[in-house]
Write a protein that binds this ligand. Structure first.
Ligand code: NI
Length: 172
């Protein structure tokens, strides 16, 4: 496994529609494992989509448990060819993205979702999700369609904020 470099906005791959995976094989599982390692390499990261690490394929990995603990989520979730088959409710959350490291944005998402796709063994799974995990699923599925959170904010002037500069961020 290897942690991969994350592409940054405005890289072209981040704006392309990713392709469906035709066969879940060892090559795909290697990509999934590298995505998991890439996610865990960033302390605040709760999800990575394949195009962010240079593969325009419909794959995401999510783990919100490292941020909110084990309650009300599925821990590590790796999904191939995910499709949102149900969404309900509305919630505005401040989102960030490894590909847009300097900004956070207020984004309106569904509160609860059901996503269907394949697990890394190639079996179909369906996941009912809520809270931060449901938000992360919608954020990652957007990545697979070439959509970033900055395209979801209703006002670039009031809903997009610069991340606070901390002492650690100051480079001389
Ligand atoms: Ni993102």
């Amino acid at each position: 496994m290897a942690s991969l470099p994350v592409l940054k906005y405005p890289h072209q791959i981040l704006r392309t529609m990713s392709e469906s995976v035709l066969k879940v094989d060892d090559g795909i599982r290697r990509i999934v494992n590298d995505m998991i390692e890439t996610m865990y390499a960033s302390p605040s990261c709760v999800g990575v989509a394949a195009p962010q690490v240079g593969y325009p394929l419909r794959i995401f990995v999510i783990d919100v448990s490292r941020k909110i603990g084990p309650k009300k989520n599925h821990g590590l979730l790796a999904m191939i060819n995910p499709v949102l088959i149900y969404a309900e409710g509305e919630k505005i959350t401040k989102e960030g993205c490894l590909s847009i490291p300097d900004f956070l944005g207020n984004v309106k998402r569904a509160r609860n979702v059901i996503v269907r796709g394949l697990n890394p063994e190639g079996n179909e799974v369906e996941v009912l999700s809520q809270g931060l995990e449901a938000i992360a699923i919608q954020h990652e599925v957007d990545h697979l369609n070439g959509v970033l959170f900055i395209h979801r904010v209703s006002s670039l002037s009031s809903d997009l904020v610069r991340r606070k500069i901390t002492y650690k961020d100051i480079k001389t």
